[in-house]
Design a protein around this ligand. Structure first.
Ligand SMILES: C=C1C[C@]23C[C@H]1CC[C@H]2[C@@]12CCC[C@@](C)(C(=O)O1)[C@H]2[C@@H]3C(=O)O
Ligand SMILES: O=C(O)CCC(=O)C(=O)O
Ligand SMILES: [Fe+2]
Length: 373
């Protein structure tokens, strides 16, 4: 059994590296129309989108109000946007510049930091690519902890600025992710006393494990037939996503289909991941989401994928379990679950499921009609 998040991904299929910026016509390899990929581009743009929540207490009537708001967003959408989150505009700008600088390097330079076949960190296609017969219109770069090793490969003399920005971003996101986790759990009536693994000896939130994923989506000559990042749920507790001011992120909502999450300058998107779905014993669904591309604009996103401390076994919180609500999932560590995701992808949650709930609720991804590719 893998013990760290870096041990938990299986080798993905070898792939030619396309320089998407220079392609003038969509190659067959990237054309997502074939029926075997269950591809759908419909977008219900007339529906309301995910709620925007103000994290500044002074702008809300009282703290409970935030919790109600968050609880409602988690139940209904599995996602929300946040404003007044205390991440400075400067840092958001800096990380965008760092990402753009990285992805605009020549391909042979980026490949020096290529993710190894069984590794987690480095440059390459999204890890879930191996589950699809078509390639995605995106490039990714994954960082876990210090970026210095890969940064040295990319800029042998000049890697300091990149590392400084990444480390600052990771530090600030870690704090924000902890705060969001307690707010979300608070909306379920859970306090620090109920989650021993998340609290240190002085009552402080224990540092979780995390990965930072930079995603680059070049403008695409045929966006209607391409896919930036195929539909998936994140294998996290929660994910904090920064998108530049170009839309592309969509969330799936039962009954309404794919809904665009409009970029709001300075706002961040919060996604509920599979591990929170497990912790909440199925109350809060992990959100199915994807990124589409467009003809004219370059899009960049930065995802902070937040999980529990390494080795911690996550299971439905005992306060949420009783004879009417039996535990729906077995305990898993983050690295074990990442291994499960790498093997079963959209069936990963079901594969750790213990029983079918009494109210007949099923995993979002098991609903008929939801197409994950
Ligand atoms: C900590 C994580 C979470 C990972 C795997 C590992 C590092 C990279 C993450 C992503 C980022 C892009 C979507 C995803 C689906 C993918 O392909 O790579 C994510 C995956 C997951 O959430 O399962
Ligand atoms: O680019 C986006 O908006 C989505 C990125 C994403 O879902 C991820 O990195 O997990
Ligand atoms: Fe995601």
């Amino acid at each position: 059994m893998p013990s760290r998040i870096s041990d938990s991904c299986r080798p993905h299929h070898s792939q030619k590296h396309f320089d998407l910026n220079s392609i003038k016509e969509l190659p067959e390899s990237h054309a997502w129309t074939s029926s075997n990929d269950h591809y759908t581009q419909e977008n219900s743009c007339n529906f309301e989108s995910i709620p925007v929540i103000d994290l500044d207490n002074n702008n809300n009537n009282n703290n409970n109000n935030i919790l109600d708001h968050i609880g409602h967003a988690c139940k209904k959408w599995g996602a929300f946007q946040i404003i007044n989150h205390s991440i400075s505009e400067k840092l958001l700008q800096d990380i965008e510049v760092a990402g753009k600088t990285l992805f605009s390097l020549p391909m042979q330079q980026k490949l020096k930091a290529a993710r190894s076949p069984d590794g987690v960190t480095g440059y390459g296609a999204a890890r879930i690519s191996s589950f699809f017969s078509k390639l995605m219109w995106s490039e990714g770069f994954t960082i876990v902890g210090s970026p210095i090793e890969h940064a040295r490969q990319l800029w042998p003399k000049d890697y300091n600025k990149f590392c400084e920005v990444i480390e600052e971003y990771e530090k600030e996101m870690e704090k924000l992710a902890g705060r969001l986790m307690w707010l979300i759990l608070g909306s379920l009536g859970i306090t620090k006393d109920d989650v021993k693994w998340a609290v240190g000896p002085k009552g402080e939130t224990k540092e979780g494990c995390a990965a930072l994923q930079l995603n680059s989506y070049p403008a695409c000559p045929d966006p209607g037939r391409a896919m930036g990042l195929a539909a998936h749920t994140d294998s996290t507790i929660l994910t904090i996503l920064h998108q530049n001011n170009t839309s592309g992120l969509q969330v799936y909502q039962e009954g309404n289909g794919w809904i665009t999450v409009p970029p709001i300058p300075g706002a961040l998107v919060v996604n509920i991941g599979d591990l929170l779905h497990i912790l909440s014993n199925g109350s809060y669904p992990s959100v199915l989401h994807r990124a589409v591309v467009n003809r004219t604009r370059y899009r960049l996103s930065v995802a902070y994928l937040y999980g529990p401390p390494s080795g911690v076994r996550v299971s439905p919180l005992s306060k949420l379990v009783d004879h009417r609500h039996p535990p729906l999932y077995r305990a898993v560590t983050w690295s074990e679950y990442l291994g499960t995701k790498a093997k079963y992808f959209d069936k990963a949650l079901s594969s750790v499921r213990l029983c079918v709930p009494l109210n007949g609720f099923t995993d979002a991804k098991d609903h008929k009609g939801v197409q994950v590719g």
